[in-house]
Design a protein around this ligand. Structure first.
Ligand code: GLP
Length: 259
């Protein structure tokens, strides 16, 4: 795990955008795994900025979102599909046909989950998966207790997640189920880019990075991935015990690059 503790949430977004931009430069037809939620919004804004300046093109990029609420169609104002259109797709040169989100309104969600998993595989797998972390340690909608070997499937959301997802949306009756990539699906990505900002995430981040590998904290599965980069602001990093070591790694990295 490569852990970066940067000075602010803005710096987290810029560093994450640098990583995405490097990948897109090396591989203009890269397959990106995307997340919804508040955390990646600043990253998406930065990617839009770079795209509009002509520094970065999504014209050959294919995207796969982690999850979608069950029973929610793509035009539903609270769908993740709609959220992605608003926060990224509508503002960059990505081909809408290349943006994939599980069909939450499928008449057969079990089959939809299996075919989403198969689609990712058929397209050659995800090059870089962007992840946020839920306050309860979830990734995607893999709630505590999710099998570390899980694949894309229908999951019931925890009460804590339901509460978090309703924050600021008093009128939204959040569905209690979702289709989500599984933990093993996420771990199949060639690289992971995990972002967390704000004090509300400090405990989940510490459990994920430095706690035991356990289904009770699905984000701890990132410890299994050989190419995981974690970018944090100081508030999200506040409960880490190995900060001194992460700083040492950072110093060593700077020394290497200044040679
Ligand atoms: C959600 C999503 C996750 C997201 C997480 C954290 O419910 N399914 O993909 O990473 O919660 O959200 P936020 O970034 O808003 O804290």
């Amino acid at each position: 795990m490569d852990v970066w503790i940067l000075e602010s949430a803005e710096a987290v977004a810029v560093k994450a955008a640098d990583i995405c931009a490097d990948l897109i430069q090396q591989k203009p037809d890269a397959r990106l795994g995307l997340a919804t939620g508040t955390t990646p919004q600043a990253l998406y804004a930065e990617l839009i900025r770079r795209n509009q300046l002509g520094h970065l093109s999504f014209s050959r990029i294919e995207t796969f979102n982690l999850d979608e609420y069950l029973g929610v169609g793509p035009q539903h104002p609270q769908s993740f599909q709609q959220a992605m259109r608003n926060s990224l797709f509508a503002h960059v040169d990505v081909d809408p046909a290349n943006t994939h989100v599980p069909a939450g309104d499928s008449p057969d969600p079990v089959a939809e989950a299996a075919s989403y998993e198969a689609l990712i595989k058929a397209r050659g797998g995800i090059d870089l998966q962007i992840l946020g972390i839920g306050r309860n340690g979830h990734i995607g909608f893999n709630e505590p207790g999710s099998s570390l070997g899980s694949r894309t499937r229908v999951k019931t959301l925890s009460r804590a997640t339901l509460r978090d997802n309703r924050l600021g949306k008093p009128d939204f009756e959040a569905p209690i189920m979702a289709i989500t990539m599984g933990i093993a699906t996420i771990l199949d990505a060639k690289a992971l880019l995990v972002l967390a900002t704000g004090e509300a995430k400090a405990a989940a981040v510490a459990a994920a990075l430095e706690g035991p590998l356990t289904a009770s904290c699905p984000a701890s599965a990132i410890q299994l991935h050989p190419d995981a980069t974690v970018i944090l602001d100081p508030a999200a990093a506040a409960d880490l015990r190995l900060t001194d070591y992460y700083e040492l790694v950072d110093q060593a990295r700077r020394r290497l690059t200044s040679r």
